[in-house]
Design a protein around this ligand. Structure first.
Ligand code: FAD
Length: 477
């Protein structure tokens, strides 16, 4: 007899890819289970994955707190606000971050109840494929096996360590340790100047650490439109972030009092960097630890990611995979879109993810956000384009804010005027980019944006002006 609980859909992983897929599948009428193993400090469930626990949400909480601190210390005076006896309570700041995380964890538990998703706290692994369904073993406080007709794997990713330098989360930190440093280190090193390195470096610099970022590549933010990257580089350097490009990291010694990093600079000269803490943010690897894909013959590629086609189908019938564990950008909203699309495909609908209109954001100050193609990509493709830029310096709202760094840059097809990419460095770029994503989804021309009424005074007027700049007719610059 078969005692196992039967589900239409079992989702393994409760991060943004998994929990959203579970909710959408439940909305579509399926009987859904979601398995997630993340534990909070008390051993209870902590749904939301990397994003909620040690990624997007806690990093933004600390970025906000540290920015307030920097404003109080450096910018309030410009507004005629005197701050005396400014203090910093790192434990409280980190505690507030933990509260924000918990609100998000609990929010997902509530959403599962509301949508009747059965939640299993523990590790899910493939046990067997039989009778057109898959047996999934759940190892939590107890062990049980559940069975699902469709399986959606959303097991996410882990921080990649430097070979020979394991994370101890005391001195050598991944994003996990970087988000719970107990006191401001005097000197902080960061290896890797990607999104995570820049965001974490910014937090601790604002709180008073002397931050040095070592980057192996010779160009800063190579995937970003270079005009925007250069502007950001200038701003970060002015803030006191030391960024060394083109370095080759050698031996890293983790001592009792700190870390010493030997490296060759861009000129090939031997250097040593001594720091109290070192964050290593050199990328992330797909996570299938404990999933036991061999039991059913689920294919992984040479980098350990689950192999999927454009529709997130794996090599096995009715087994799907979404988010960081598959190809494509490691972004929470990409994972969510794939989760929704897969649930809809299971229901016989035609879910779709447009990879060309996935927005990218770096939540530094100034923020960096973009969608579509960069000028470098268009040049490499030999596509004829027009470019328009507009600086926040000429935007009234930015001046009122006291935050005039950066610009909006719009790229449009030379013949059709269709918007091909928008690149922003400046205040609230993360919010401003949404309009541009919508425009590109609707295949708008720059002229469309230029003719749309934007509220005054608002930062979004810079987007309209950048659209006007494509046709060389800015009104305020
Ligand atoms: P995850 O969020 O990694 O979730 C996977 C879940 O599956 C985890 O809870 C894990 O415990 C669970 N799991 C794994 N294996 C099993 C198993 N066998 N059984 C049961 N459970 C299992 N992205 C953005 O879009 N915006 C940002 O601002 C942003 N900031 C970030 C900041 C940092 C510091 C980091 C590290 C990442 C950031 N990201 C950001 C990336 C984002 O966190 C990921 O793209 C996103 O979390 C991927 O979602 P996912 O559902 O694929 O996987």
């Amino acid at each position: 007899k078969n005692m196992s609980k039967q589900f239409d859909v079992i989702v393994i992983g409760g991060g943004p890819g998994g929990y959203i897929a579970a909710i959408r599948a439940a909305q579509l009428g399926f009987n859904v289970a979601c398995i997630d193993e993340w534990k909070n400090a008390k051993g209870g469930p902590a749904l939301g994955g990397t994003c909620t626990n040690i990624g997007c949400i806690p990093s933004k909480a600390l970025l906000q707190s540290s920015e307030y601190y920097e404003h109080a210390g450096h910018h309030f005076a410009d507004h005629g606000i005197e701050v005396k006896g400014l203090g910093l309570d790192v434990a409280k700041m980190v505690g507030r971050k933990d509260t924000v995380v918990k609100q998000n964890n609990d929010g997902i538990i509530y959403l599962f109840k509301k949508n009747k998703v059965a939640f299993f706290h523990g590790r899910g692994s493939f046990a067997a494929a039989k009778d057109g369904a898959y047996d999934i073993k759940v190892a939590g406080t107890a062990e049980e096996t559940i069975s699902g007709k469709h399986i959606i794997v959303a097991t996410g990713s882990n921080a990649r360590a430097l070979p020979g330098t394991p994370f101890d989360e005391v001195n050598i930190l991944s994003n996990d340790g970087a988000l719970r440093i107990g006191a401001v280190p005097q000197k902080l090193g960061v290896i890797g100047s990607g999104v995570i390195g820049l965001e974490m470096g910014s937090v601790w610099r604002r709180l008073g650490a002397e931050v040095t970022i070592l980057e192996g590549l010779p160009t800063f933010l190579g995937a970003v439109d270079q005009q925007i990257a250069k502007e950001a580089h200038k701003a970060f350097t002015k803030q006191g972030l030391k960024i060394e490009l083109g370095v080759q990291v050698g031996e890293i010694k983790n001592g009792k009092t700190g870390v010493s990093i030997a490296y060759a600079n861009a000129k090939g000269e031997a250097q040593t960097l001594e720091v109290d803490k070192l964050i290593i943010s050199i990328g992330r690897t797909a996570n299938t630890i404990g999933l036991n894909p061999e039991a059913v013959g689920l294919s992984l590629d040479e980098r350990g990611a689950i192999v999927v086609d454009g529709d997130c189908k794996t090599n096995l019938p009715n087994v799907w995979a979404v988010g960081d564990v598959v190809r494509g950008p490691m972004l929470a909203h990409k994972a969510e879109e794939e989760g929704v699309a897969v649930a809809e495909r299971i229901a016989g609908q035609h879910g779709h993810v447009n990879f060309n209109t996935i927005p990218w954001v770096i939540y530094t100050s100034p923020e960096i956000a973009w969608v579509g193609q960069t000028e470098e990509q268009l040049k490499a493709e030999g596509r004829a384009y027009k470019a328009g830029t507009f600086p926040f310096m000429a935007n009234g709202r930015a001046r009122a804010l006291g935050d005039t760094t950066g610009m909006v840059k719009m790229l449009a097809d030379a013949a059709t005027d269709e918007i091909l990419g928008v690149h922003i460095v400046g205040p609230m770029a993360s919010e401003l980019i949404s309009e541009c994503v919508v425009a590109m989804e609707f295949r708008a021309s720059s002229e469309d944006i230029a003719r749309i009424c934007h509220a005054h005074p608002s930062l979004s007027e810079a987007t309209k002006e950048a659209a006007l700049a494509v046709d060389k007719r800015t009104l305020n610059f």
